[in-house]
Design a protein around this ligand. Sequence first.
Ligand code: 5GP
Length: 132
Amino acid sequence: MATIFTKIVRGEIPSYKIAENDTHFAFLDINPIAEGHTLVIPKKEIDYVFDLPDELLGETLVFAKKVAHGIDKALDTIRTGIIVEGLEVPHAHIHLVPIYSVSQNVSLRNKVDVTEDRMKELAEIISAEVKV
Ligand code: 5GP
């Protein structure tokens, strides 16, 4: 059965899309820990990130780098952090977390409220700055 992230790539489940190429997809995390919290996935369904073939792992990081630079450009970050956990969704993904201050609690347990309107706006302003 397709993972929830594959259904997002196929458009069967809506998402706030940030960027896409032939092999990768980026979209806002629906339960963000910061405004602009983005997930990057390879389209290929592999559960554990360290089971990705070397070349695909490299491509995933390069794709994430381009998205992170777009986040930094679009939002007033000091940088974008990276978290890989993978305990909830069995489809390899990288969390890109915009960091706005050195005291920010950068933890996947630290959810923040972001309205639907703001999520839409964030997707628009970030995607406009991402070139993949
Ligand atoms: P992890 O597997 O690394 O623990 O976290 C999975 C992440 O996927 C969570 O931060 C969760 O909010 C996010 N997530 C789960 N289901 C959906 C979904 O349907 N849409 C989006 N955009 N994010 C999701």
